[in-house]
Design a protein around this ligand. Structure first.
Ligand code: ATP
Ligand code: MG
Length: 430
């Protein structure tokens, strides 16, 4: 077997908002960085080469080389673009899927060489993809990994399956459950039975972390808080991550805030980026209204109004009948936007309400017949929700079976990129 198998595999979970990266066997990713690339415009906007003028052609070639060298990723990319107009930002992943392959390749290059500081030829790689990724996308990923980085082996895992593996709470490893992955750019509800995704029952919602941030930004702006406009999105995101919580009843929560404002209203203090002058503002109802967009989406948008608990229930109801009880029993949370305090409690309560109402309605129809057992609804919450997908990858990629499940460089050279279209579910997942 290739020498790469004796070293820990590299595990990278590329998300719309954040990339989690590290080595298999660790409990936490080494780095969590925003998935963004800042490239130097002056190289990118060079005039097209003029074949009659040799010097122009050389200039163009050099510009291409410089563009490949002069770029930044993550927080560094964000600060470069703020301080200088020379750099423009690109976000390689949109709603969970790779949208710009050139930027993605650059991003991986920095992840491997500047962050993880490893030689890709010495490590197997475990990458992740959304449950709705097209097989072609896996081929492109395989091409870049094997051709550009010359890695010895690759496994592309489905994010919800990894999240389910991370959600084990008992020694009995249950690979049947529904994963509710609420990240930055996408929310997916994915049923998994024995490690296999039930593709036809996947449900997606166009509301995720970025929308909660936008909603909070809008609420603060409408109330007339004096947050500098160029900073308002970032402030809203930080307010969301630090102060938001899920409430049980929105009307009661308004009353509580009005009765005891000193207890519930928080203060945000910042400095204006342009002048450096300090400012402060109040954080009020947005503390509970932010996460409420998942339970009452109509307060944020009229384009999509189905609450998340209803979507989860629909997802399970559309799965094969013999899997439904097991699915209701193991609803696993994953992604940064499930971190709001009491999010799991509210979700469990609302799903249970829907299930109980259905049971009551069917009981009314079955007077005198045998009653069915009540359905157990269990939303599993755990401390590593923020990077559950990465953690699942770390666990699976540290099992010996992982290395046999990977596609190797030799197989790639023999059969081509199409081998990357499928990735087997292996025993390590149980
Ligand atoms: N403590 C927190 N409370 C609420 N939201 C949080 C918290 N920490 C992070 N987030 C939000 O979680 C989102 C990032 O989550 P995650 O890293 O799972 O997304 P992603 O993988 O980048 O995106 P996707 O899975 O949609 O492609 C961001 O919107 C971030 O603001
Ligand atoms: Mg994600």
């Amino acid at each position: 077997m290739d020498s790469g198998a004796s070293r820990p595999a590299v595990v990278i979970d590329n998300g719309t908002g954040y990339t989690k990266m590290g080595f298999a066997g660790n409990v936490e990713p080494c780095f969590i960085v925003p998935t963004v690339v800042a490239s130097n415009n002056s190289f990118l906007n060079q005039p097209r080469p003029n074949s009659t003028k040799n010097s122009n052609w050389i200039g163009q070639h050099n510009a291409g080389v410089m563009a490949d060298l002069d770029f930044y990723i993550g927080e560094e990319a964000l600060s470069r673009s703020k301080s200088s107009s020379t750099y423009s930002l690109s976000y390689p992943i949109k709603q969970g899927k790779v949208d710009d392959w050139d930027s993605m390749e650059r991003f991986w290059q920095h992840c491997i060489f500047n962050y993880l500081r490893c030689d890709p030829e010495d490590h197997y790689f475990c990458l992740t993809e959304s449950a709705l990724t097209a097989p072609e996308s896996r081929e492109y990923t395989g091409e870049i990994m094997f051709e550009t980085f010359n890695i010895p082996g690759l496994y592309i895992a489905v994010q919800p399956v990894l999240a389910l593996a991370a959600g084990y709470t008992t020694s009995k490893c249950e690979m049947t459950g529904v994963v509710v992955d609420v990240g930055d750019g996408a929310t997916h509800v994915v049923p998994v039975a024995d490690g296999y995704v039930i593709g036809s029952s996947i449900k997606s919602i166009p509301i995720a972390g970025k929308d909660v941030t936008r909603f909070i930004q809008q609420l603060m702006k409408e109330r007339g808080e004096h947050v500098p406009p160029e900073d308002s999105f970032d402030v809203a995101r930080r307010v969301k991550e630090m102060y938001c919580y899920t409430c049980s009843d929105i009307v009661k929560e308004f009353n509580k805030h009005d009765r005891e404002p000193a207890k519930y209203i928080k203060q945000w203090r910042g400095t204006k980026p342009k002048t450096g002058a300090p400012y402060s503002c109040d954080i009020g109802y947005e503390r509970f209204l932010g996460p409420e967009v998942f339970f009452n989406p109509e307060i944020y948008t009229s384009d999509f109004t189905t609450p998340l608990p209803t979507v989860i229930d629909k997802c399970i109801q559309s799965a094969p009948i013999d899997t439904r009880r097991a699915l209701y029993k193991n609803i696993v949370l994953s992604g940064g936007s499930t971190m709001f305090k009491d999010f799991s409690r509210r979700l469990q309560r609302d799903i249970k309400k829907i299930v109980d109402a259905r049971a009551l309605a069917s009981e009314a129809r079955l007077v005198g017949e045998i009653k069915s057992q009540p359905v157990e609804v269990n939303v599993v919450s755990h401390p590593i929700q923020r990077y559950a997908v990465w953690f699942g990858g770390s666990v699976l990629a540290s099992t010996p079976e992982f290395f046999t499940a990977c596609h190797t460089k030799a197989e790639y050279e023999e059969c081509g990129a199409s081998i990357c279209r499928t990735n087997p579910v292996f025993k390590g997942m149980y």
